[in-house]
Design a protein around this ligand. Structure first.
Ligand SMILES: [Zn+2]
Length: 302
């Protein structure tokens, strides 16, 4: 997404998860990441430990869209995670359809958008699907039931209201919408977008604001640890957290949900990361670790 982030999540959230880095958090402290080393590419770093019982070396696999793995045993057995890969690789061929206005409770908004690209033409919609596939593998290894809102298996969309509905109807324990931003050169880093409290029309986020913040803080913390990326230098005042009330996918959610903008596709240094399969694996691991931490409950080391 290329929209300006309007509301800072504040430094508190950042301080909280920066302070509770779990065991195994060596070498990539958030303060180091935030203080200027972020211009290094991920490939020049020593890979940070994956943490916990995860398998950093696991390679991603791409499955046919309709494949659904049998429920596995693991700490997330019985938990449902919905992954929402932002946009759709062929949205650009369906501009009329995706420009249709849909009701997001607070107002109306376009059904969906094309998303951005790197300056070399790598599409955000390809990035989001790739990270989603890698996450699905990691989360299924933990025993979760995983559903994607789209898997390049439809010509456009889903619309943002349907994306929210898929998570709601799945009674998801957590939903994460995957994105990469289209901001200006020099704007770098990731940020997690949290739902603000809205109560208008079909939108009522009041019950999910708290748990969504918990989910988002855990994802931001683990994303820093695993990728070594710094929180955004242009949104969230260094916290990596931004609260918004203008996103249909959040406004219409009745289950804990956040978005993550993994980096800025229009910055060449961030683009070098986003176009790297090895880095996308770290991004998927970081996001998944945060989800696992959230689903295993309060008091679980992040
Ligand atoms: Zn996007």
């Amino acid at each position: 997404m290329a929209l300006a982030a309007l509301v800072s999540g504040g430094l508190l959230g950042w301080a909280v998860y920066a302070a509770v880095g779990g065991p195994g958090d060596g070498g990539t402290s958030p303060s180091a990441s935030a203080s200027g080393t972020a211009s290094e590419t991920a490939s020049s770093r020593t890979p940070p430990p994956g943490g916990g019982d995860t398998k950093p070396s696991a390679s991603a696999t791409t499955r046919s869209p309709s494949a659904s793995a049998p429920a596995a045993s693991g700490p997330l057995e019985g938990k449902v995670v919905v992954i929402d890969p932002g946009h759709n690789p062929t949205n650009f061929q369906h501009t009329t359809e995706i420009n249709r206005q849909v009701d997001i409770g607070t107002n109306s908004k376009a059904c969906d958008t094309t998303g951005t690209t790197t300056n070399d033409g790598y599409a955000e919609a390809k990035f989001t699907l790739d990270v989603a596939h890698r996450m699905r593998t990691l989360l299924e290894e933990q025993g979760a039931t995983v559903e994607l809102t789209q898997d390049a298996d439809r010509p456009f969309g889903p619309c943002v209201d349907e994306r929210a509905r898929i998570g709601n109807e799945a009674k998801a324990d957590a939903v994460v919408s995957i994105h990469a931003d289209g901001s200006g050169t020099g704007n770098r880093g990731f940020h997690v977008i949290l739902p603000g409290a809205v109560n208008a029309g079909a939108a009522d986020t009041r019950a999910i604001v708290g748990p969504s913040r918990d989910l988002g803080e855990r994802i931001a913390g683990s994303f820093v640890r695993v990728t070594g990326s710094a929180p955004s230098n242009y949104a969230g005042a260094g916290s990596g957290l931004v609260t918004r009330k203008d996103l249909g996918g959040l406004n219409l959610s009745t289950v804990p949900k956040v978005f993550i903008e993994c980096g800025n596709m229009r910055d060449s240094k961030d683009a070098a990361l986003l176009t790297s399969g090895a880095w996308r694996q770290k991004a998927a691991q970081g996001i998944s670790d945060g989800i696992v931490s959230f689903l295993r409950g309060p008091g679980t080391p992040q």
